[in-house]
Design a binder for this molecule. Structure first.
Ligand SMILES: Nc1ccn([C@@H]2O[C@H](COP(=O)(O)OP(=O)(O)OP(=O)(O)O)[C@@H](O)[C@H]2O)c(=O)n1
Ligand SMILES: C[C@](O)(CO)[C@H](O)COP(=O)(O)O
Length: 230
């Protein structure tokens, strides 16, 4: 079956504040986006990757990612949109139009650059087994509070029923298309699929798939790399 990975990478990285689009920020000398795309191909289940790049950086993204594709595969780069959901929508439309046989789609943040290949495989295998939508998750280890507009606690949800959600998220391509046809925004793609009433399954995520958002996250990634754990 044709597995295509969409990589939203068009964010500015405002919270990181590095002075470069986040996808191009190096960790151990290698841009986050290069690490993320390399991890997808290393899983051995993805032939094509479609990257939504910062509009001003399409050429440089092309240059640094094109050599990563395996024989018979390719990296495709296009300009991303204003919001993450827009970038995914543009990449999905490209894949369905230009890559014949696209039946399973992964959506993977460039910012989750250290996701282990076995997590990618677990997501693909669950979709292949018939799940229309699959997300990798971790248990919540902190106690979580719900607060009102004044910051006053109104509830303490049972954390046993909560999960932290990562990427890649995997979908039957037709389901993801229907979800994105709404034109709505959500913080993740599964959130749009849930609104269709389609069940979203979970598989085990991994701590290394952390999203690099802040300078602290970047420092953690550098430290893990030096320590040989990433
Ligand atoms: N218009 C956008 C915004 C985000 N993304 C991508 O979506 C992923 C998750 O977004 P996030 O980590 O929040 O990245 P940024 O939007 O760059 O972060 P910030 O909000 O700090 O600017 C990233 O790989 C980012 O590049 C995207 O493709 N298009
Ligand atoms: C898709 C995601 O990485 C799942 O955890 C996350 O929701 C992206 O959120 P962001 O606000 O765009 O960083």
């Amino acid at each position: 079956m044709g597995v295509v990975a969409l990589v939203p990478a068009a964010g500015r990285g405002e919270r990181l504040g590095y002075g470069l689009p986040k996808a191009l920020v190096p960790v151990g000398g290698v841009p986050l986006l290069v690490r993320a795309v390399r991890g997808l191909f290393e899983a051995g289940r993805v032939q094509h990757v479609v990257i939504a790049a910062p509009p001003s950086d399409v050429d440089i993204v092309n240059t640094v990612t094109a050599p990563l594709a395996p024989a018979g595969g390719a990296v495709h780069v296009l300009a991303g949109g204003a919001e993450r959901s827009d970038s995914v929508r543009l990449a999905l439309a490209y894949a369905l139009r230009e890559i014949p046989g696209t039946t399973i789609v992964l959506v993977h943040d460039a910012a989750r650059a250290f996701t282990p290949p076995h997590v990618v495989r677990a997501v693909v295998e669950a979709v292949e087994a018939g799940r229309p939508a699959v997300v990798p998750v971790l248990p919540v280890t902190d106690t979580v509070k719900q607060v009102d507009a004044d910051g006053v606690v109104v509830a303490t949800p049972d954390r046993a029923a909560l999960r932290i959600v990562q990427t890649p998220q995997g979908f039957d391509a037709r389901v993801l298309l229907r979800a994105h046809e709404s034109g709505l925004h959500a913080t993740d793609d599964a959130g749009l699929v849930e609104r269709l009433g389609v069940p979203v399954a979970t598989v085990a995520g991994h701590q290394d798939a952390m999203k690099i958002t802040t300078p602290f996250d970047l420092a953690v990634a550098e430290a893990l790399l030096v320590g040989g754990q990433a």
